[in-house]
Design a protein. Structure first.
Length: 371
């Protein structure tokens, strides 16, 4: 049986990022459950331009960092903002609609802390919420597998835990929309990281899903773009080689049997196949150049409109002085390394338009610093 200090260690290494858009009914019970079970973990809520009371209800829960986008930028954009602000060794994604269970998050966080995994990804064991979504997910899985990528049965479960230093390398290529979950899985698998899947149960969702049918078509396009980035030869080389061999074979057979030379159709098919193979080789070279940029650390996206609103009385008790009722802190410095992670990639973090606000309920005022 593990000691209380050992349990505290993995909590001290965990940041939980919660993207929220119009989740006024689910956000408060979600945060209260997390704070009760994980009092030492860092919990970051990114309100993605909600038009309801999501921001107000998130601020009502003590001990939570709350960041607000001035306008709706997307599920993936909110996750990226939260991950850039996270300061712990491991970073988890957790939905704001109370669908995920804290017990599953605890098990996954312990697993990534104890084992040498780059990520532990949740895999829902229940059926899909609708036949339409189930059919769409099947079509996306078949497309991905035809291109050599196996995503498993659950493409976009929002509960997952990463090594922070690993996922930070790929923030620049994660989409701003709902496909961030699937893309993160594809990136880690394609790059050869050790990934574990963890079966989870889910609660009944509070509120309605924001995913639309058009998001499914956008996800299919994203799969193609992803394979073009990481392995373009899978798209061009094999079809090109098949076309080239078919053209040559057809032309040779016709030339031998009829004695009239190589037919134009055979030459055209063989030439098209050769061009496809050459295009694949050129695309592969471009892909390798881009991947080398990722390996060395890409420039992070600007914080743009991110503004942090956090209760100082809940978060700053340990390091504020008695003479100062509220503490004003800035967003991370560009060269600040990740805590506990010496080999984290360097990222130039441009936060010129970002600000953080801390509120002291006793003062009734708000301090703000712009950088």
């Amino acid at each position: 049986m593990k000691t209380r200090e050992a349990i505290g260690d993995w909590q001290d290494q965990l940041s939980v990022v919660i993207p929220a858009y119009n989740e006024e009914n689910g956000i408060q019970p979600t945060l209260e459950g997390l704070r009760e079970r994980l009092p030492r973990a860092e919990v970051i809520v990114v309100d993605d331009g909600s038009r309801d009371q999501t921001l107000t209800r998130a601020l009502a829960v003590p001990g939570v960092r709350v960041v607000s986008h001035a306008y709706n930028r997307g599920y993936g954009a909110a996750l990226k903002t939260g991950m850039r602000l996270a300061s712990r060794r491991h970073v988890a994604w957790f939905d704001a609609d109370n669908e995920h269970r804290v017990d599953d998050l605890v098990a996954m966080a312990k697993r990534i802390s104890e084992d040498n995994h780059a990520a532990v990804i949740g895999r829902r064991i229940g059926p899909s919420v609708s036949a339409v979504r189930s059919t769409g997910k099947l079509a996306i899985r078949m497309l991905a597998r035809s291109l050599g990528v196996d995503l498993g049965k659950d493409l976009n479960c929002g509960l997952r835990v990463f090594k922070h230093a690993v996922i930070r390398r790929y923030l620049a290529i994660l989409p701003d929309a709902f496909s961030a979950s699937m893309t993160s899985t594809m990136v880690l698998i394609e790059q050869g990281y050790r990934v574990a899947f963890h079966d989870i149960d889910v609660n009944r969702r509070i509120g309605s899903s924001k995913v639309k049918i058009r998001d499914g078509f956008a996800t299919m396009v994203l799969v193609l773009r992803f394979v073009m980035l990481f392995a373009p030869l899978r798209i061009f080389f094999l079809p090109g080689l098949v076309a080239f061999l078919a053209g040559v074979t057809y032309g040779a057979v016709r030339a031998v049997l009829e004695g009239r030379g190589v037919p134009v159709a055979g030459m055209m098919v063989a030439l098209a196949g050769m061009l496809a193979c050459m295009l694949g080789l050129v695309a592969d070279q471009i892909s390798q150049l881009r991947l080398s940029q990722l390996a060395s650390g890409l420039r992070a996206e600007e914080f743009a409109d991110a503004q942090e609103l956090t209760e100082a009385s809940a978060l700053a008790q340990s390091d504020r002085s008695a003479a100062s009722p509220a503490r004003v802190t800035a967003l991370p410095e560009p060269s600040a390394p990740l805590r506990h992670e010496r080999d984290a990639p360097s990222e130039a973090l441009d936060d010129g338009n970002a600000s953080e606000q801390l509120v002291d309920p006793q003062e009734g005022g708000r301090q703000r610093v712009e950088r």
